[in-house]
Design a protein. Structure first.
Length: 341
């Protein structure tokens, strides 16, 4: 007997001092016990809660439904979180509200089944979450701004080369400048695609390719005949690390197709296809009918910049390049996304 009295005393003290709010409610919905933290959290003085209906702790707009929930719980009597999936609020004595998480447990007592509620005050956690979300939103804004500025700076370089080209007579030089401009444009388009997209970490490649094709067609309008360009890249997303080199490779290959595949105004087809046969494995093919690759073209020995760049970028992507020389000319680049490599 003496022992059980002592145990009651210990448990009573533990109940009082535990660092979570706890209240016990009887079947009539009256508070029979509340620990110190519960009193403090809800703004009540010592023993002020005893005998009050538990609904005083519930915001007014939810009060009407609360007794029904209580009855339901008593009927089913198993420990569970309250209002799973909903945002719960507690109401302080002064009428102010705060976010809570509540666990409810049935307890058998000499006076029948009662409900022990364990209440966590989420105010601080919610505030921290909001702070982190705000900081994250700010960082995103900044990153978007950076992409925007990089894009603008690349456009300035593009325009400078335009001005330079206008003063030149030498066609080879003008062509070389145009190729450089297109390389710069393809990088600038990656940044623009990122700047405009929801997800700042992934480039929507179909969107990028549409813009790139538009820009290249315009650039090589005077060189190539009426060429039909097909783009297949639905749902392909690349991180910027891979998007830039991959975009540059496509820029070179499509430029070549337009420049060399359909000389003297010949018409034809170009196909750009990007697929992901298994997660993270990318296969890019650029093919064109029209002129075959010259027989004497040795891709390992080429001294021209375009195909050298393609080889260099392929290495940078850790990829493998396959070439089919005629009917159609087809370049196939396989590489693996870094996160899976
Ligand atoms: N799609 C293609 N169709 C026909 N010939 C091509 C094609 N791609 C490349 N070539 C040939 O390969 C050569 C090297 O290409 P590249 O290194 O890009 O240099 P550039 O485009 O400046 O001539 C080209 O001059 C051209 O003869
Ligand atoms: Mg080229």
């Amino acid at each position: 007997m003496a022992q059980s009295v002592r145990l009651d005393e210990y448990l009573g003290q533990a109940f009082d001092r535990t660092p979570v709010s706890m209240i016990v409610v009887n079947q009539a919905g009256e508070i029979t016990r509340a620990n110190r933290l519960a009193e403090q959290t809800f703004g009540y003085g010592s023993d002020e809660l005893i005998g009050q209906r538990v609904e005083v702790l519930v915001p007014e707009r939810y009060r009407h439904a609360h007794p029904g929930y209580r009855q339901g719980f008593l009927a089913e009597t198993s420990a569970r979180p309250m209002g799973a999936g909903r945002d719960l609020a507690g109401r302080r004595k002064d009428g102010s509200e705060f976010p809570v998480e509540i666990g409810i447990n049935p307890v058998e007592t000499g006076e029948g089944t009662m409900i022990l509620s364990v209440i966590l005050d989420l105010s601080e956690r919610k505030q921290n979450e909001r702070r982190i979300q705000d900081a994250l939103a700010q960082k995103e804004l900044l990153l978007r701004e950076v992409h925007h500025r990089v894009k603008n700076n690349l456009q300035v370089i593009h325009s400078l080369l335009d001005l330079q080209a206008m003063r030149l007579q030498d066609h080879d030089l003008i062509d070389a400048l145009r190729d450089s401009q297109n390389r710069i444009r393809s990088m600038s388009l990656i940044h623009q695609t990122l700047y405009l997209s929801e997800n700042l970490a992934q480039v929507d490649f179909a969107r990028f390719l549409d813009e790139l094709v538009r820009s290249l067609t315009e650039s090589y309008r005077s060189v190539a005949g009426p060429v039909d360009i097909q783009v297949m890249a639905s749902d392909i997303k690349l991180p910027i690390n891979e998007a830039i080199p991959c975009g540059l490779v496509i820029n070179e290959l499509v430029s070549n197709a337009l420049k060399h595949g359909f000389g003297s105004g010949r018409s034809g087809h170009v196909e750009i296809r990007m697929i992901e046969p298994s997660p993270g494995h990318m296969v890019l093919t650029v093919s064109n009918d029209g002129e075959p690759l010259p027989d004497d073209l040795d891709l390992l020995q080429t001294r021209t910049l375009g195909l050298q760049l393609v080889q260099l970028l392929t290495r940078q992507l850790g990829g493998v390049l396959d070439i089919h020389r005629s009917n159609p000319v087809r370049f196939e680049l396989r590489f693996q996304l870094e996160r899976l490599a």
